[in-house]
Design a protein around this ligand. Sequence first.
Ligand code: ASN
Ligand code: ZN
Length: 322
Amino acid sequence: RRLLADGRDTLAVDERMRSRREAATATTAPAVPDTGGNRVVYDAGGAEELPGRRARDEDDPATGDAAVDEAHAHSGVSWDLFAEVFDRPSVDGRGTPLTVTVHYGRDYDNAFWDGEQLVFGDGDGEVFDRFTKPLDVTAHEFTHGVTQFSAGLTYQGQSGALNESVSDVFASLAKQRSLGQDASQADWLIGQGLFMPDVKATALRSMLEPGTAYDDPRLGRDPQVGSMDDYVDTEEDNGGVHLNSGIPNRAFALAARAIGGPSWEKAGQVWYAALTGGAVTPSTDFEGFAAATVDAAARLYPEDTSVADHVREAWQQVGLAR
Ligand code: ASN
Ligand code: ZN
């Protein structure tokens, strides 16, 4: 329920997917081999049985159903981020086909990874539009699959907030990369374009300024926090996983901006190495994750110690790391 793209995102994504399809059907091999996604989109038809009716395979043309076609495009962009930037085909890194279901339930205001596949509701049409609409909502849910098959962060308390944050980090990277933006140009919003036009919300979350994404009578005010000073102790939401995720989210945005350039190149590589390198485990807390990213930065960029310094300073700004 908490993730994003606007009209420009959709256009950039459509263009990307068009060239991707053309490369796949070219009679001569493309100069750069297509990494080739392996997506299958299903249609639950308003029911809650998974996966539903098979609606569009990897190489099928557009169907005309917006949710089916958005899910196909956005899961392809998510697949490409991990395959091309992090050498990780599919959520498990083994190219396992990705199952995606749309039109889940009636007026369903959420999207989720269920442990095996991606699932998207159509939204209620009053507050929420289709959950397939923003690229970064899809990339967020895709990343839950990546985390399951790597660090396995338990979805409760600090490890749960880290699980949530990692999904936002790679969701934002997918968005920034699709728009060709570097860290200084990024808006760091998650779930932009998900809300109906009259809702007073710019997005679901702001990674750079947690707590500022919305303020609407139907939604309340964005409750996210961006510093350990404001850490929320609650039983709700698995121990506030969507609230306290603002803390590591802001650390990532600050680190990426301090490092500069495209966020997926250095900051993204550091977070990916921490997530998948074995130092982060199901029970890792904020301090442990911060240390893992500083270590990863030092290991990945031994000749440029400013990267690890920027990462450490970003965690210090949110009240973590020494
Ligand atoms: N869309 C939500 C998420 O991925 C679903 C949930 O709360 N599990 O975080
Ligand atoms: Zn999530």
